[in-house]
Design a protein around this ligand. Structure first.
Ligand code: DGL
Length: 267
């Protein structure tokens, strides 16, 4: 049975979920984290719901074996298509990224007109739209898939000419709509924050989804009485392929150097 000093499990299709780990480590420094990045099978955003669900079930099984006390599904695509099934199959809390981001957007909007960007799978799932409309039936939503943002962030091209040109195309629907709040509904998009913000009118608020997720996790740990009382939490990373590349790129997403990364194939 996991206890209060057991780790939190976090998983993503690859590197991007480290933006959520970064927020968790800032907000909850006493918590240990086991991170799984499915680098062998990334991207999830171009795959079917069935495939992403299958991958997610395997990863959750691995994390449960490691005795985690709570799991964060840091991947927006996996949260969009697999979270409810994962929650049905497990007794520990499973936190996705859609609802915390949507809640923060509903709290921030004045016009009730909210924009969402994400992978194709996330946008096609309508998960954000459904959640936003449940939270605020008056909300109007404009959404767009921005698939090239993921490789741009991984390549370190989040700022500069190429990112701007790509973002101009993707964000055109928001320039003419009158959204006042935008949810960057993908793990990688926080890295493109400056570029995205520069192409939107000044009054548009960009939601910080990783912060919203960290706040949700903090509140669950407190309410369930399972917050860690250790001195300092540790971070342990597992990936399904290319641990060295993960180590090289991780700092960009995590904002701090990474410890050792372990290769683990799930199939
Ligand atoms: N982690 C994915 C997400 O947040 C982005 C990368 C991918 O397509 O796998 O949707």
């Amino acid at each position: 049975m996991p206890g209060k000093n057991s780790p939190i499990g976090v998983f993503d299709s690859g590197l991007g979920g480290l933006t959520v780990v970064h927020a968790l480590r800032q907000r909850l420094p006493a918590e240990s984290i086991i991170y799984f990045g499915d680098t062998a099978r990334v991207p999830y955003g171009t795959k079917s719901a069935k495939t992403v669900t299958h991958f997610s079930l395997q990863i959750v099984e691995f994390l449960i074996q490691r005795q985690v006390k709570l799991i964060v599904v840091a991947c927006n695509t996996a949260s969009a298509v697999a979270l409810s099934l994962l929650q049905q199959n497990n007794t520990i809390p499973l936190v996705g990224v859609i609802e915390p981001g949507a809640r923060a957007a509903v709290a921030a909007t004045l016009s009730h007109h909210i924009g969402i960007i994400g992978t194709r799978a996330t946008i096609n799932s309508n998960a954000y739209t459904r959640t936003l409309q449940e939270l605020d039936p008056d909300s109007r939503i404009t959404s767009a898939a921005c698939p090239l943002f993921v490789p741009l962030a991984e390549e370190g091209w989040a700022d500069g000419k190429i990112a701007e040109l790509v973002a101009q195309e993707y964000l055109a629907p928001f320039q003419s709509s009158n959204i006042d709040t935008l949810i960057p509904g993908c793990t990688h998009y926080p890295l493109l924050k400056k570029t995205i913000q520069s192409l939107l009118p000044d009054h548009v608020t960009l939601i910080d989804s990783p912060q919203a997720v960290a706040a949700e996790v903090a509140s669950i740990l407190k309410n369930d009485g399972i917050a860690s009382d250790s001195e300092a939490g540790e971070l342990q990373c597992f990936v399904s392929d290319m641990p060295q590349r993960f180590e090289e790129l991780a700092q960009r997403f995590l904002g701090e150097p990474l410890g050792q990364v372990t290769l683990l194939q799930l199939d």
